[in-house]
Design a protein around this ligand. Structure first.
Ligand code: SAH
Length: 353
């Protein structure tokens, strides 16, 4: 497959440009830009004209069309993008001193989680590594200087483990020097728990992993995540335990979306702590971001806080991820929800906590 920038690794660029020095110069040039270029330039400093001409005849730059930028009051920006005919979404979330870019790994999704709006799209197509990295670069170039884009989470549309070759390549590209040079710990790949892919990822990548657990019994998990029939809780946690023995330094997160009266009881909090005992994992609690027709509801603020306290008191590291960008439908599980004036728009009041 002929790849466009930013889809080529340093070693591939070295082969194509017939020198590692030229490959490094090209990546440095890329890092000096302030936006994704529309095409490759006629010359790149430090790359011989003759070699560049051949490279330029064979490769281009991945193009993302920004169909819409939605800015939320909390500073979260959602990009509705068109990538080679497919619609995907990317979210930039500013925090203290840095931004996190949430990127999509598929257009639509191969999975059918009951609570996630992306499943409504069905599966459209796999994204290529360069299309994932370009999402990050687009948002990075636009990030305000006081909140540089240092983190990437694969928590947009799609199931990364169902497109693992391209996701692994994207991780390699994101962490490569001299650009964009993200740290492996700052790149988190989130999975709904596709076990074979997860096991391979844990073997082949140093990036952080997030497992979307979302329940403490197989009965409830199968109800909200049907694939749990194939890969139940203990199999998933067993894989995390095995990986922790080999690589105790990897950051592992357990995502837990809280649904009112479904998985938010005291017994769930206690079971969650039990399930994770001995695992060096941090729990992220995510209050459910509702969308109509799922039959699921968001717990009250008090319930979320009580659940959190109960988990923390038992010695388990745990944070609450309060929703960001809900009013622009940029929060977890809301990608594809429409904006005001479009079919399917939900007024802000229907998303209120
Ligand atoms: N397929 C991957 C990544 C995309 S989902 C995965 O499942 O992990 C990213 C995160 O958003 C997951 O932790 C998922 O459980 C969570 N999520 C999905 N829908 C949600 C919703 N409606 N409200 C809150 N979190 C949601």
């Amino acid at each position: 497959m002929i790849r466009d920038l930013p889809g080529l690794t340093l070693s591939e660029l070295t082969t194509e440009l017939k020198s590692r020095q030229r490959a490094l110069e090209l990546l440095k040039w890329f890092g000096s830009l302030s936006a994704l270029p529309a095409e490759l330039p006629e010359t790149v400093p430090g790359v011989s004209h003759r070699v560049w001409k051949t490279f330029r005849e064979q490769h281009g730059v991945t193009q993302l069309k920004v169909k819409e930028r939605s800015l939320s009051a909390d500073g979260t920006t959602k990009y509705a993008l068109e990538v080679d005919g497919a619609n995907v979404e990317t979210v930039r979330i500013p925090a203290k001193g840095r931004s996190t870019i949430c990127i999509s790994s598929q257009a639509g999704c191969t999975r059918k989680c009951v609570f996630c709006a992306t499943k409504e799209l069905g599966f459209i197509r796999q994204l290529k590594a360069e299309e994932m990295v370009a999402q990050y670069l687009l948002a990075r170039f636009e990030a305000p200087a006081d909140v540089p884009a240092r983190n990437v989470v694969f928590m947009g549309m799609g199931e990364p483990m169902d497109n693992l070759d391209e996701v692994l390549r994207a991780v390699e590209l994101l962490t490569q020097s001299p650009f964009p040079q993200l740290r492996h710990q700052s790149v988190t790949v989130s999975t709904s728990g596709v076990l074979p892919g997860m096991v391979r990822f844990l073997k082949e990548s140093k990036a952080s992993l997030a497992l979307s657990l979302n329940a403490t019994t197989d009965e409830v998990r199968t109800r909200v995540m049907p694939q749990n029939k194939t890969w139940p809780i203990e199999a998933l946690l067993g894989a995390l335990r095995d990986a922790a023995k080999v690589d105790p330094d990897r950051d592992t997160f357990v995502e837990y979306v809280l649904f009112k009266d479904v998985n938010d009881t005291d017994a769930d909090a206690d079971r969650l702590v039990e399930l994770l005992r001995g695992l060096p994992a941090r729990v992220n609690l995510i209050p459910y971001n509702p969308y109509p027709g799922t039959g699921l509801e968001t717990p009250s603020l008090e319930r979320v806080q009580q659940f959190h306290e109960r988990v923390v008191k038992q010695g388990q590291l745990c944070l609450v991820r309060w929703p960001r960008g809900r009013e622009i439908a940029a929060a977890c599980g809301q990608l594809v929800l429409a904006q005001e004036g479009q079919p399917g728009f939900m007024p802000r009041s229907s998303l209120a906590r």
